[in-house]
Ligand binder design. Structure first.
Ligand code: IPM
Ligand code: MG
Length: 354
């Protein structure tokens, strides 16, 4: 199995190093991975003026899966758009057709108290957010900033979804629900936006193919509220690119820390890119403070979805549960009075638990 390793910026290299440590620890048990590293994001801009250099894209295409750290940093915020680190990530998603973004939000044993919400509201929480990742206002044309006849500048982006794009992400949601509680909530803004009216119609059509799965619809503003009011009502949430971006950050706060949440971005054939959802966290980069568990759990998802190594995936997930149960906490998880350990110590603890 060939893996493209793209650590990127900020805490990306630190957390990816721990995930690789964990993967390597499975080699004696028979896991065979050939890992090749390449630059993406800000570091790639620094080295060759392009956040997704052609050799990195070629490597990503050639591999069976991609392990991704994070991109971005304040240094690049004023660069022209094509040279922003985020473009490296967005182009990878688009070029590789990684349209299905799976973002599980679950409470790990012992972490209920780290949630932003009362533990009686979140105990047992297990939501799977399925975010469409290659369409919507993120990629719709036309877009730009132009100057009107009056001399005033105007910025514009376009929300667009084709039926086929909606249908394929809906199918991923219904299929995923079959392995869970068989409930899909489709989140849209059909009361205001034409694009979202089509979204609702197409998702409802696809539901006929899955009579064993219950479908409900919810407007995005209400969904944002329900997620903090009664989050356990959700099983699978399927939504568009932009709403999914926002709701998945919100859902992460329910689980205690954004540092816990992995993600998978899959194409039609389950080739995928695996990344923590937390981003580059420039404020703590290089300090050895970052929580590597989201990346370690992303590596587990990689074993499950792209490499079909379910047993190894479960071993990693059980090891993560064991270190949490033993009370080990990185700074993002530690509560007042609790001792926090660093990035490498957490990686070592997971390896030991394996
Ligand atoms: C995410 C991130 C990205 C997004 C950024 C870094 C482009 O927020 O993966 O959620 O908006 O999709
Ligand atoms: Mg985001």
């Amino acid at each position: 199995m060939r893996i493209a390793v793209l650590p990127g910026d900020g805490i990306g290299p630190e957390v990816v190093a721990e995930a690789l440590k964990v993967l390597r620890a499975l080699e004696p048990a028979g896991l065979r991975l050939e890992c090749t590293q390449a630059d993406v994001g800000g570091i790639a801009v620094d080295r060759c003026g392009d956040p997704l250099p052609p050799p990195t894209l070629a490597l990503a295409r050639a591999c069976d899966a991609i392990l991704f750290g994070a991109v971005g940093g304040p240094r690049y915020d004023t660069a022209p758009r094509a040279q922003r680190p985020e473009q490296g990530l967005l182009r990878l998603r688009k070029e590789l057709g990684l349209f299905a973004n799976l973002r599980p939000a679950r409470i790990f044993p012992g972490l209920g108290g780290a949630s932003a919400l009362k533990s009686e509201v979140v105990d047992g929480l297990d939501i799977l957010i399925i975010r469409e990742l290659t369409g919507d206002i993120y990629f719709g044309q036309p877009r730009g900033i132009h100057t009107l006849a009056s001399g005033e500048r105007e910025g514009f982006d376009t929300m667009r979804y084709r039926e086929g794009e909606i249908r394929r992400i809906a199918r991923v949601a219904f299929e995923s629900a079959r392995g869970r509680a068989r409930r899909v909530c489709s989140v849209d803004k059909a009361n205001v936006l034409e694009t979202m009216q089509l979204w609702r119609e197409v998702v409802s059509e696809v539901a006929h193919e899955f009579p064993d799965v219950e479908l409900s619809h919810m407007l995005v503003d209400n969904a944002a509220m329900q997620l903090v009011r009664a989050p356990r009502q959700f099983d699978v949430i399927v939504t568009g690119n932009m709403f999914g971006d926002i709701l998945s950050d919100e859902a992460s706060a329910l689980t205690g820390s954004i540092g816990m949440l992995p993600s998978a971005s899959l194409d039609e054939r389950h080739k995928g890119m695996y990344e923590p959802i937390h981003g580059s966290a420039p404020d703590i980069a290089g300090k050895g403070l970052a929580n590597p568990l989201a990346t370690i759990l992303s590596a587990a998802m990689m074993l499950r979805y792209s490499l079909r190594q379910e047993a190894f995936a479960q071993r990693i997930e059980r090891a993560v549960q064991a270190v949490l149960r033993a009370g080990l906490r990185t700074a993002d998880l530690a509560r007042a009075g609790e001792q926090a350990i660093g990035t490498a110590a957490m990686g070592d603890a997971v390896v030991a638990a394996l």
